[in-house]
Design a protein around this ligand. Structure first.
Ligand code: NAD
Length: 489
């Protein structure tokens, strides 16, 4: 960009010890709906991470000794401040990520607000354990204390939503944090930093270091004074983080990818199932770890399902994310769009049929969005289970539909991938729903619905989808260290 152009760019700064600090180098951040560089993100490395960890360490003694009630009040205040600016946050998230303004307004930002309120409340209600040994004259009890400086690393698909899902429990429990959002979606985290002082979050309790995974992320993972890392992102990155943190024996929480099945039995209520399964396939451009990407339909209703499903998918409008009537925005990056498209081509080359979307239907975009990273919701049929489209996480608006005959068969096929994050089961038969749910290798099973979450309960994946769970009790346990104390009288 020219000088005049670069002046107009938004330039982010790291937030360390309660102050914004510039960085010596920056990376470009794109607006996915136009293809333009519009923001520069600090390209932090060891030095910046070192400063942030030091600030977090310094803040730990005071913050960890506050009562849960004091911390709870601060979290609630922060929630109120974000909510007050909800529209500005939603606009920023949509511009930065490519997601529709409607999704940012109704899902991302409200959930970020709720994350703070939820943990502000739940932190007040935990109880520890106590047992007695009268014959020995002893009582035993457990006590829980914050661990120290938590390293938090989040992905680009639900930027503020997933980052606050980590920051809120970490600081509610009394830890201090160094957070690193995705370099592709850093703006809302930076906006949140501007509210911390007003909310009463003391300097150094929340530090945000912006930059790439390879530099800033890895410096955080390798830092000896960061005993726990909570990571949400891809399975490949998780392997690297596990390796790099192994010499320090760090405590890890890993929320990873999915290849989520929907199983639709012939007694399913299709009037509910079809719109929900279209949503579970294409919401947020299919860029949600919980999105459905393998739809198994019982043979008797297969052709009817496919016909109605494709008709419903075609109703989803793709275009300018800031238009509130649009359902599908832009994908995160040019590279990601190319990767997602390449899966459709591979499926075609293997003999699968593309029923709608990519390469089949015309994509008309407004003049300002011609260089954006858009793709139509795409439905593929007749894909073999061993095809890469049925095995690998695509993370875009692509879903595969295949037929099955029996309950036993579909359980085997649904479990036949390396991932195990979320599954949906559609049937009116309660017995069947229970039987199938028990046998699915999946951290979450939704029956006759999708994405209905009670944050009290565990969230997380099996197999290559993760290690550990997050939720009221699970996050509390992850972000605290337990001690068993025995008293003899
Ligand atoms: P990613 O793994 O590429 O990046 C995630 C984060 O890790 C980013 O902040 C990145 O900068 C950082 N990172 C990259 N390399 C690193 C390294 N070597 N050391 C430390 N940090 C590093 O993932 P992504 O592409 O941003 O996100 C998409 C993935 O996230 C998908 O696989 C999706 O399924 C997964 N995801 C999972 C959940 C869940 O809760 N299970 C939720 C959302 C997204």
């Amino acid at each position: 960009p020219t000088m005049a152009h670069s002046k107009a760019l938004l330039v982010l700064e790291n937030f360390i010890g309660g102050r914004f600090v510039p960085c010596s180098s920056y990376v470009d951040s794109y607006n996915p709906s136009t293809g333009d560089v519009y923001c520069r993100v600090p390209d932090s490395g060891k030095e910046e991470v070192e400063a942030a960890v030091k600030a977090a360490k310094d803040a730990f003694p005071t913050w960890s000794s506050k009562s849960p009630l004091e911390r709870s009040q601060i979290l609630n205040k922060l929630a109120d401040l974000i909510e007050h600016d909800l529209e500005a946050f939603a606009q920023a998230e949509s511009k930065d990520q490519g997601k529709t303004i409607t999704f940012a307004r109704t899902v991302d930002i409200p959930r970020a607000v709720h994350n703070f309120r939820f943990f502000a409340s739940s932190i007040l209600h935990h109880v520890t354990e106590c047992t007695e040994m009268p014959a020995m004259g002893c009582v035993h009890y457990t006590s829980r204390a914050p661990v120290g400086v938590a390293g938090l690393i989040s992905p680009w698909n639900l930027p503020l939503y997933l980052l606050t899902w980590k920051i809120a429990p970490a600081i509610a429990c009394g830890n201090t944090v160094v957070a690193k959002p995705s370099e592709m979606t850093s703006v809302t985290a930076w906006m949140m930093c501007k509210l911390l002082e007003k909310a009463g979050v003391p300097p150094g309790v929340v530090n945000v270091v912006f930059g790439t995974g390879a530099k800033a992320g890895e410096a955080l993972v390798c830092h000896p004074d960061v005993p726990l890392i909570s990571f949400t992102g891809s399975t490949l990155t998780a392997q690297r983080i596990t390796e790099k943190s192994a010499p320090h024996c760090k405590r890890l929480s890993l929320e990873l990818g999915g290849k989520n099945p929907a199983i639709i039995f012939d007694d399913a209520d299709l009037s509910q199932c079809i719109p929900t399964t279209v949503r579970s396939s294409f919401a947020n451009q299919g860029e949600i770890c919980l999105c459905t990407s393998r739809i198994f339909v019982q043979r008797g209703i297969y052709s009817e399902f496919v016909k109605r499903f494709v008709a419903e998918a075609k109703k989803w409008k793709t275009g300018n994310p800031s238009d509130p009537t649009i359902d599908v925005g832009a994908l995160i990056s040019k590279e990601h769009l190319e990767k997602v498209r390449s899966y459709v081509k591979k499926a075609q080359a293997e003999g699968a049929r593309v029923l709608c979307g990519e390469g089949v239907d015309p994509l008309a975009l407004p003049p300002g969005n011609q260089k954006g990273y858009f793709m139509l919701p795409t439905v593929i049929a007749e894909v073999k289970d061993e095809s890469c489209c049925m095995q690998e996480e695509i993370f875009g608006p692509v879903t595969c539909v295949v037929a099955f005959d029996t309950e036993e068969e579909v359980i085997q096929r649904a479990n036949g991938v390396k991932y195990g994050l979320a599954a949906t089961v559609w049937s009116g038969n309660v017995g069947r729903v229970h039987r199938v749910a028990h046998r699915l290798q999946s951290g979450l099973v939704w029956t006759n619905c999708w994405l209905v979450r009670d944050l009290n309960l565990p969230f997380g994946g099996m197999k290559a989808s993760g290690i550990g769970r997050e939720g009221a009790k699970d996050s509390y346990e992850f972000f605290t260290e337990v001690k068993t104390i025995t008293i003899k009288h």
